[in-house]
Ligand binder design. Structure first.
Ligand code: IMP
Length: 427
């Protein structure tokens, strides 16, 4: 029963899209299990760039793609993305869980209103309010598209948002119920036959020996429970989320690949102890192309944070590391990693649960040898051995500190800029 789960081990934007695309070659099915179109996954194949937000990245390889029950789906965006694939000659073979929650225009309005106060810097795609509605038990699910009382459900949903927004003293426009229901009915027709029981589908596929690739979004440090709360997204980004978000028992999900960027980035507000706010941060941003795929916002950049990484590995079930963007550090004057935090004069290697403590955390750095730019031609010929010695020591350092193997090293955005050290589908 081969399932591979890919999760982001930091604050998102680790390069999951590329790793998913790479591993999708041998997958039969690629499934998203959490998040929504707050995600932005970039894939570059033969110079062609695909930016995906809702569609699982496996679509680029023409694989069967599944949107699990744990995803919050903006059907406008999904249809737009599907239509966009036609210019590449791809007609996505998609199945959507009938239990997946739908993002309505009301959620997006509320997201904007709430974030004005909260200052989390959300993507304003309606993610948090849609998950909140699921818990409030007033959400609208993909299966509801075909129910007779869809209009009543939309009305109730709108009413709650209106009460909340008016209660907050905000004058925001919410589209009428008829208009929203009408659009949903159009979507219902467009997705006729594609909405169903995805847990049954996935479990049957796994039992039948199919290769299923789980595509995580965001990262463990943005996890609703284990991230830097409240500066987090609203879903479970680790292997637990993969199980709950697809209705497949966790015992099927034994292999979890944590995608780790060789340095640290964060988009949106919230503490980030290793952030470099000056020239060095700007250099990293430019060299690494660190600008959001979804919002275009510049990403905050800094040094690899081992305290945060070890925490991520512990809580998310990561069994294997895919290291990305090591090339970006090539040519740097020095390489620093944060090995502990100093909080109020006390050193700790435990990730604080409280954002206030994390704001205060001063990174304790260890200096590691820097490396020259990677010789791509040599790496293409000789593989891993051709990486600079110091870079290989960096990889070794991460492995020994985390006790997890680095099984994939990505040194550029293209599919072919990848070195694989272990065939994860097989061993
Ligand atoms: P939300 O997911 O839109 O509610 O945003 C909550 C926080 O998660 C904000 O700080 C966002 O910038 C961040 N976030 C959401 N999705 C992503 C992502 O795909 N990559 C990086 N950060 C993200």
């Amino acid at each position: 029963m081969p399932a591979l789960v890919i999760v982001g081990a930091q604050w998102g934007d680790e390069g999951k899209g590329k790793i998913v695309d790479f591993l999708a070659e041998d997958a039969d099915i690629v499934v998203r299990f959490q998040g929504g179109n707050n995600a932005g996954h970039t894939i570059i194949v033969d110079g062609e760039q695909y930016a995906l937000h809702v569609l699982p990245s496996g679509v680029v390889r023409n694989k069967k793609v599944v949107i699990g029950n744990g995803v919050v789906v903006d059907l406008d965006v999904l249809r737009h993305e599907i239509a966009g694939m036609s210019m590449y000659g791809i007609d996505p073979d998609i199945m959507i869980s009938d239990r997946a929650q739908l993002i309505l225009p009301y959620h997006k309005v509320l997201d904007g209103v709430l974030d004005k106060d909260a200052g989390i810097g959300t993507t304003k795609k309606g993610i948090g309010p849609t998950y909140a509605d699921k818990v409030f038990r007033v959400g609208i699910r993909a299966g509801d598209l075909y129910s007779d009382d869809l209009e009543e459900k939309v009305a109730r949903n709108r009413e709650m948002k209106e009460a909340l927004i008016v209660g907050m003293g905000v004058d925001a426009k919410l589209p009428p119920v008829g208009e929203v229901t009408g659009t949903l009915r159009q979507h219902a027709r467009a997705f006729e036959g594609k909405v169903g029981n995805t847990s049954e589908f996935l479990t049957t596929a796994l039992k039948g020996g199919k290769n299923v690739l789980y595509e995580g979004a965001q990262g463990v440090l943005l996890d609703i429970d284990f991230g830097t709360y409240p500066f987090v997204t609203s879903s479970s980004t680790g292997v637990g989320g993969a199980s709950i978000g697809t209705g497949v028992p966790v015992r099927y999900l034994q292999k979890v690949i944590g995608v780790v960027k060789a340095y640290q980035t964060r988009v949106g507000a919230g503490p980030m102890p290793t952030e470099e706010t000056g020239e060095l941060g700007e250099e990293m941003r430019q060299k690494g192309g660190e600008f959001g795929v979804t919002t275009g916002r510049p990403r905050r950049c800094g040094h690899l944070d081992m305290v945060a990484l070890k925490h991520s590995i512990m809580v998310s079930g990561i069994t294997s590391i895919a290291l990305t963007k090591a090339d970006v550090l090539g040519g740097a004057d020095s390489i620093r990693v944060c090995v502990a935090y100093d909080i109020d004069g006390k050193e700790t290697t435990t990730m604080p649960s409280n954002a206030d403590d994390l704001w205060k955390a001063q990174p304790v750095y260890r200096e590691l040898p820097a490396w020259e730019e990677i010789d791509e031609i040599a790496v293409k010929m000789d593989g891993y051995e051709a990486f600079p010695e110091e870079m290989k020591s960096y990889v070794q350092y991460i492995q020994s500190e985390t006790d997890i193997g680095v099984d994939i090293v990505s040194y550029g955005p293209s599919r072919d800029q990848t070195v694989i050290l272990r065939d994860l589908w097989v061993s």
